[in-house]
Design a protein around this ligand. Structure first.
Ligand SMILES: Cc1cc2nc3c(=O)[nH]c(=O)nc-3n(C[C@H](O)[C@H](O)[C@H](O)COP(=O)(O)O)c2cc1C
Length: 362
């Protein structure tokens, strides 16, 4: 039975606030944190804030279409819940709750291999667009077994996260002496050893579309294309892997240009508001991933919290499109986006100026 949270949560920041209230300090810090100086994390927001929108008017905005078809499935918003290891630390139902929310709302879900619930259990919880993401922790038999299970349980794509040759220093966790029970470090060398040969092998062996998550240059986007990768996913892991990277949306145009529609392109990193999604799609992404927003929704109210978070994002996207003078994404003209100075100091929650940051340590 779904809870109607439309009264309880009327803005996105109320969901973030509720998540903060619910989570222990260790889990909150694990969620919000990035690597070392957290420069990449802040640049994700700064880059989004540095894009301004130029509205056009008098274009009859009574009907607005915020949907998109991705890998043959119609999504109510071009959004995919990004892979999050240990979703269970935000809601005991973890991936099952996320899958239910994605299906009931109508967006995609990418399930991390760092999940207590099996990919079969998660798949059974819904029939929306689903993708299975793997950290390679064993030899090729390990990978083949994972891919076969993904195929058998109805996943629409398989994803290798490629920005994680090693695990970065997340200093909030280190300073808290927070030992993550789900992080064994076992088999990490298999992930470190990944190379383009593995991509070649996958594409020779499997038809299930392949996503490479963590592409951050046009050079690697070109290599991915040469290897027949189906979805090129621009990401810096929410600022949690290489420090001092560019903001994700700043990388998007060079990748979109290199790809020139020969594969799908996805992007994530800092996407928190409807206008962020509009910017990502207008700059050529086919869909946008959201990581921490998923966790806030789950922590605030489980699957229903995620659904409410998505409803609010949808409302913001539709209002944003209408005010931009675009009744769907494809009619947004390049001249409607331009550079501008950001107005706020970027932080993981800086998209939510109404959070009472003086009362709580975010
Ligand atoms: C708590 C947490 C756990 C994550 N676990 C994974 C993971 O298991 N696999 C992966 O590819 N990315 C993982 N990521 C990165 C997300 O998939 C995504 O790239 C990132 O969160 C996007 O940035 P955003 O949080 O600003 O939306 C994780 C991110 C967070 C915040």
């Amino acid at each position: 039975m779904n809870r109607d949270l439309s009264n309880k949560f009327q803005t996105l920041h109320e969901i973030v606030h509720a998540a903060h209230e619910t989570l222990s300090q260790n889990i909150w810090d694990y969620l919000r944190g990035g690597t070392e100086t957290e420069t990449t994390l802040k640049r994700n927001r700064m880059a989004l804030d540095a894009i301004a929108l130029r509205p056009r008017v008098l274009r009859d905005m009574r009907k607005i279409d915020a949907t998109k078809v991705i890998l043959g499935k119609k999504l109510r918003l071009p959004v995919c819940l990004a892979p999050i290891g240990s979703l269970e630390s935000f809601d005991p139902k973890g991936g099952v709750a996320a899958m239910r929310a994605a299906t009931e709302f109508g967006c995609g879900l990418m399930l991390s291999s760092v999940s207590q619930l099996s990919m079969e259990e998660v798949s059974n919880a819904g029939d929306g667009l689903k993708m299975a993401m793997l950290y390679k922790r064993g030899d090729n038999r390990f990978l083949d077994n994972y891919v076969s299970r993904a195929i058998d349980s109805g996943y629409d794509a398989f994803c290798l996260t490629v920005d994680s040759a090693n695990y970065s220093r997340r200093e909030r966790d280190i300073a808290n002496r927070f030992v993550k029970p789900w992080r064994t470090g076992k088999g990490a060398d298999w992930q470190a050893a990944l190379s383009w040969k593995d991509i070649e092998r996958y594409k020779k062996k499997y038809e299930l579309p392949l996503v490479l998550k963590g592409i951050a240059t046009a050079e690697d986007a070109r290599l991915a294309l040469e290897h027949g990768v189906d979805v090129i996913y621009v990401s810096n892991h929410g600022g949690r892997q290489l420090d001092h990277g560019l903001g994700a949306i700043d990388v998007l145009p060079e990748v979109v240009d290199a790809v020139s529609r020969r594969s799908l392109v996805a992007v994530d990193g800092g996407f928190s508001r409807g206008t962020d999604i509009i910017k990502g799609i207008a700059l050529g992404a086919d869909f946008v991933g959201i990581g921490r927003m998923l966790c806030y929704g789950l922590a605030a109210a489980g699957a229903d919290g995620v659904i409410r978070m998505l409803e609010l994002l949808e409302e913001e996207v539709k209002l944003g499109l209408g005010l931009l003078g675009a009744n769907n994404y494809s009619v947004i003209e390049p001249s409607q986006l331009c550079s501008a100075a950001p107005t706020v100091e970027p932080s993981v929650v800086s998209a939510f100026p109404l959070l009472e940051t003086d009362k709580f340590v975010y």
